[in-house]
Ligand binder design. Sequence first.
Ligand code: DX5
Ligand code: ZN
Length: 238
Amino acid sequence: MKATAGSSPASPARTASPVRIEIAPSVLAADFSRLAEELARVATADRAHVDVMDNHFVPNLTIGPAVVESLVRESPIPVDCHLMIEDPDRWAPVYVEAGVRDVTFHAEAAKAPVRLARELRAQGARAGLALRPATPVEPYLDLLEEFDLILIMTVEPGFGGQKFLDGTLPKLRRTRDAVRASGLEIQLQVDGGVGQDTVARCVEAGANVLVAGTAIFGAPDPARAVAELRAAAEAHLP
Ligand code: DX5
Ligand code: ZN
């Protein structure tokens, strides 16, 4: 939704759209023997976050394109794939063919991130760039227009249930500032240790897409956890 001039006479003129919070349950924390049912439980969320791991880029292994294609068919909400794999230049386009709307690959793994992002967009997907906690964002700030989403990892990728790293927040703020200055519509995603205790820090530092595995699927009522996370996030919008 675009902010329109004159829509709110009391507020100053704005050029950027208002921030829209999106909640992205990570199915890594769901029951893998009944993923379709698990997705149905979080149908009030905005996107399903699906972690693809290859046991090379990270020391863990999950699912590949065939299962993702089935999930896309079953999911009541758009699927967002987080590729924690080597050679995304080769594999990321396969996930677009599987029907994924948002494909995020790691900067550390891609040989040609700009070429890959352009290829994903040409296929009709949105291109996301993910950064491990120790990867600087600065080399990418002049290339923001190539991406639809930047994922600032708030834990080392590979496993759910880890402790949120506060040390990633300055990078999130710098990314937020650069996106604002650019005037581009780029979503800022955080992933890892996001829950009621940490969501305020994330939103205040500029995140609008909140990935949460344990905090949602580990809760007795995942739909309620989605609503509560959304309420907490919206309450802390700057
Ligand atoms: C970890 C994954 C995350 C994971 C987050 O590498 O990328 O998406 O599911 O799990 P929590 O929310 O439990 O930290
Ligand atoms: Zn993830």
